[in-house]
Write a protein that binds this ligand. Structure first.
Ligand code: HEM
Length: 388
C-alpha cells in the first residue's frame, strides 16, 4: 500500500477510526509500503502484541521510521534490547512507581490549577500551547527536581524539538536541552540528592559509572518520551470532550468516574506507533519478513481490534474490558505510564470542575500531525467566560 505515516488524512479527526478504515482496505493484516525507506505495517491487534513482546525477532535497535542511520545518539534505554536495556531501566524504575510519584503529582496538580485558573476567565485558549504542551514539562521538571519556572525556557525548546520550523532549529533545540541537562547533571554529581536526575547522573552499569553522554541520552529520553505523548493524549481527550457534552457532564456530576474515564481515554486514544528491526526471518500475518526489514506496530490497533475489545470505538466509562497497548508491552513497556495517567487524571479533575462547558472554536484550524507519535498540534477551545 502507498502509506506515508507522516501524512495520513484523518477521518473525523480520529486516528483509530481512520486506521480501521485502512485495515478494511488493506490486502491483509500486514502490508508493505515503500514510503520512508520501506517498512511493513501491522494491523492485527495480536500481531502488534507479538512484535512488542518478541525482542529476539523484533529488535529495538531501530525504532524510528525511517531508521536513524547512526548509532551515535541512540536513546537510552529505548533503542537497546534486553538484557542491556533492563539494566538502565532499573536505575529509575522504582522512582516511577505509583507509590513513589506522590510529590511529583501534587506539584503537577498545583501548577495545572494555576494555569487553568488563569485561563478560565479568558473564555478561550490555544489548548496545546497553553495547557497540553505545558503540563508534561512541569512534570518533567518535578521528576528531575528542577525549578518549575524553568518551563518558560524549556517549552520553546520542546517546541523546537517536536515541531521545528527547520531541521536546523531541531538540532539547535536539542543542543540547548543537552547543555541545560549537562550543567544540572554536573551539579548533581558534585552534590547528589534523592531526585531522579541524581540517580541517572550517578548510575552504575556493569560496575562503572555512566558517562556524561549516557546520562544525557537517558535524561533526554524522559523528556522526549513523556512530552509529545502526554500532550497528544490530552489533546485527543479534550477534543473528544469538547464534542461530547454528555460525557463531560457525566464527569462533572460523577467525579468518582474520573479514574475509569482516565483508563478509557488511555485505551481509546493510543498515539504511539514505533518500529522494530527484524533480526531473524519470520512469518507474521501471512507476510514473510527478512532479517533487516523494518516493521511498524501502531499500539492503538490492539485496543480497537474487536477480536480483543468489544465495540472498541465507543468511549464507555463503565467498560470492563479495556485492554490496551497504549504504553507498549514487554521489555520496554512505558516507565512513565503511572505518571502519564496521573497527568490525564489531573486534567480531567481540575479542568472540568473549573471549565465545565467548552467546545472547539472552528474559526481557528485544528491541526493534526501523524507519525511515530500522532497528535493535535493546534486546537483552540472556547467557553462562556466567567464574569469576575
Ligand atoms: C500518554 C503518555 C505516554 C504514552 C502513550 C507512552 C507510550 C510509550 C510506549 C508505547 C513506550 C514503549 C516504546 C517501545 O516499546 O519502543 C514507552 C516507553 C517509555 N516511556 Fe512512555 N509514554 C507516555 C508517557 C511517558 C512519560 C510521562 C514518561 C516519563 C516521564 C515516559 C517515559 C518512557 C520511557 C523512559 C520509556 C522507555 C522505556 C524503555 O525503553 O525500557 N513515557 N512509552
Amino acid at each position: 500500500m502507498d502509506l506515508d505515516i507522516y501524512d495520513v488524512a484523518l477521518r473525523d479527526e480520529d486516528l483509530a477510526r481512520t486506521w480501521l478504515d485502512l485495515k478494511e482496505a488493506a490486502p491483509g493484516p500486514v502490508f508493505w509500503t515503500d514510503r520512508n525507506e520501506g517498512h511493513w505495517t501491522i494491523l492485527d491487534g495480536r500481531d502488534v502484541e507479538r512484535v512488542y513482546t518478541s525482542p529476539d525477532v523484533f529488535s529495538s535497535i531501530d525504532i524510528f521510521i525511517p531508521p536513524n542511520g547512526s548509532r551515535d545518539n541512540v536513546l537510552i534505554p529505548l533503542e537497546m534490547d534486553p538484557p542491556q536495556s533492563i539494566k538502565y531501566r532499573k536505575v529509575i524504575q522504582a522512582a516511577m512507581m505509583p507509590g513513589a510519584i506522590g510529590a511529583l503529582v501534587e506539584r503537577a496538580r498545583s501548577e495545572s490549577i494555576a494555569i487553568i485558573e488563569e485561563l478560565a476567565p479568558k473564555g478561550h485558549c490555544e489548548f496545546i500551547q497553553d495547557f497540553a504542551g505545558v503540563l508534561p514539562i512541569i512534570v518533567f521538571l518535578a521528576l528531575v527536581d528542577l525549578p518549575a519556572e524553568d518551563r518558560h525556557f524549556l517549552v520553546p525548546l520542546a517546541e523546537m524539538s517536536t515541531r521545528p520550523e527547520t531541521p536546523e532549529k531541531r538540532i539547535e533545540g536539542h543542543l540547548a536541552l543537552r547543555k541545560y541537562l549537562e550543567e544540572n547533571i554536573e551539579r548533581r554529581r558534585a552534590n547528589p540528592g534523592p531526585d531522579l536526575l541524581s540517580k541517572i547522573a550517578l548510575a552504575e552499569i556493569d560496575g562503572r559509572q555512566v558517562s556524561m553522554d549516557e546520562a544525557l541520552r537517558f535524561a533526554s529520553t524522559l523528556m522526549i518520551g513523556g512530552l509529545d505523548t502526554v500532550t497528544n493524549l490530552l489533546g485527543f481527550t479534550a477534543l473528544y470532550l469538547a464534542n461530547n457534552p454528555d460525557h463531560r457532564r457525566l464527569l462533572l456530576e460523577n467525579p468518582d468516574l474520573v479514574p475509569a474515564a482516565t483508563d478509557e481515554f488511555v485505551r481509546r486514544f493510543g498515539v504511539v506507533a514505533v518500529a522494530r528491526r527484524v533480526i531473524q526471518d519470520v512469518e507474521i500475518g501471512g507476510a514473510s519478513m527478512k532479517a533487516g526489514d523494518m516493521v511498524l506496530a501502531p499500539t492503538w490497533m490492539y485496543a480497537v481490534d474487536d477480536a480483543i475489545v468489544s465495540d472498541p470505538l465507543t468511549v464507555d466509562f463503565h467498560r470492563k474490558n479495556g485492554r490496551n497497548l497504549t504504553f507498549g508491552a514487554g521489555a520496554h513497556v512505558c516507565l512513565g505510564m503511572h505518571l502519564a495517567k496521573r497527568e490525564l487524571r489531573i486534567f480531567l479533575e481540575e479542568w472540568i470542575s473549573r471549565i465545565p462547558e467548552f467546545e472547539v472554536d472552528r474559526d481557528a484550524d485544528v491541526s493534526i500531525a501523524t507519525g511515530i507519535v500522532s497528535g493535535i498540534t493546534a486546537m483552540t477551545l472556547k467557553w462562556p467566560s466567567r464574569v469576575t
